[in-house]
Design a protein around this ligand. Structure first.
Ligand code: ATP
Ligand code: MG
Ligand code: FE
Length: 344
């Protein structure tokens, strides 16, 4: 199928066009610069930026793909989770297109899009696989039996998301926003064994109740305290070592629990998705541990890990290929849409 994918759940306005698993166009406009001075995404600012960016992005995408909009088989759009005011911009645009072109509308789950996008890079998904979803707002372990409808969340973060931890630590180190890519880069010059930061929910007692869950707020507090103590003593902060040691703590727990899930559920493929999946250490360490366990790793190219329209188009093409029913034109956006609801 030929589909349009529209994404507007946070601060990226994405419009992409996909034919089957072939990416024909992927236009992304980010409002990130408008949020930098606030140290985080300001919902109202993001909504206005989407409204301004969406039609130009759609024009650029159709032009780049060289397709006629009249030929598409479906309009696929993020229906949640995300910022309500941001979601409604993309969803309204998608509804308008669906009516004007008389094509079916598919309101889809953003998080499942982060997993499905790997279809564009590595082809059809296995029958059954595990997924480690790590993004700015979510951190979960999933067992996927069918990307278009049968997804089980076996664990998730009980406090901060991994990306949120990266952003908060970068902020307390005065590095800027978004923090993930900045810490990733700074860590390359640091020693990951320099500081022993805590690994959340890995004690024997915690594992009994939270085997596949994550916690990153204690780690963030530990980094904050470590830095504060040095600052009060008038010592220089070894930023690269702090970044590398923090990153090692995050990636160690994420990959250890992902491999434990594969072992427990008998999964031979682990797919890494979400914005934090762009992280170099996470990609490397997961590959290392999966190789040792005989598990195949799948992960999209870093450029497709953060929010974009291609992920929604990839998921939509698969939903249409499997003959799933389209959404009603009366659907609403759902800022808290659970990962198990793929099509709204
Ligand atoms: P969600 O998908 O949960 O709704 P989101 O869409 O806001 O949240 P994404 O765009 O998927 O989040 O990911 C953004 C997050 O990824 C940010 O927290 C950012 O710091 C982080 N990130 C991006 N690149 C990297 C990297 N190289 N290393 C670590 N984190 C990264
Ligand atoms: Mg973003
Ligand atoms: Fe996202």
């Amino acid at each position: 199928p030929l589909v349009i994918g529209i994404e507007s759940s946070c601060d990226e306005t994405g419009v992409a066009i996909v034919r089957g698993t072939e990416l024909l166009a992927n236009e992304v406009a980010s409002s990130v610069e408008q949020h930098v001075r606030f140290g985080g995404v300001v919902p109202e600012v993001a909504s206005r930026a989407h409204l301004q960016a969406i039609v130009p992005a759609l024009r650029r995408a159709t032009e780049a793909a060289g397709v006629d909009l009249a030929d598409v088989d479906g309009i696929c759009v993020t229906a949640g989770p995300g910022l309500m005011g941001a979601l409604v911009v993309g969803l309204s645009a998608a509804k308008a297109l669906a009516i004007a072109l008389d094509k079916p509308l598919y309101g889809l789950n953003h998080l499942v899009g982060h997993v499905a996008v790997d279809l564009l890079d590595h082809g059809p998904l296995p029958e059954r696989f595990g997924a480690l979803l790590v993004s700015g707002g979510h951190t979960s372990l999933l067992v996927v039996d069918d990307i278009t409808g049968a997804i089980t969340e076996v664990g998730s973060t009980i406090d901060d998301a991994a990306g949120e931890a990266y952003d908060k630590v970068a902020r307390l180190l005065g590095m800027g926003y978004p923090g993930g890519p900045l810490i990733d880069r700074a860590a390359a010059d640091g020693d990951p064994t320099a500081i022993a930061f805590p690994r959340g929910l890995t004690s024997r007692k915690d594992l009994a109740r939270h085997r596949f869950d994550f916690s990153f707020s204690g780690l963030k507090t530990a980094v904050s305290r470590w830095v504060e103590t040095r600052e009060l003593a008038g010592e220089e902060i070894p930023v690269a070592d702090v970044c590398a040691s923090f990153q090692e703590a995050v990636c160690d727990v994420l990959t250890a629990k992902a491999m434990d899930m594969c072992d427990h559920y008998g999964l031979d493929t682990i797919l890494l998705g979400g914005g934090v999946a762009a992280n170099s250490r996470l990609r490397g360490l997961l590959q290392e541990r999966a190789d040792a366990a005989g598990v195949t790793v799948r992960r999209p190219r870093p450029g497709l890990c953060t929010d974009n329209g291609a992920m929604m188009a990839a998921l939509g093409a698969e939903v249409i290929r499997r003959g799933r029913p389209a959404s009603s034109l009366g659907i609403g956006a759902n800022s808290g849409l659970p990962v198990s609801t793929v099509v709204v």
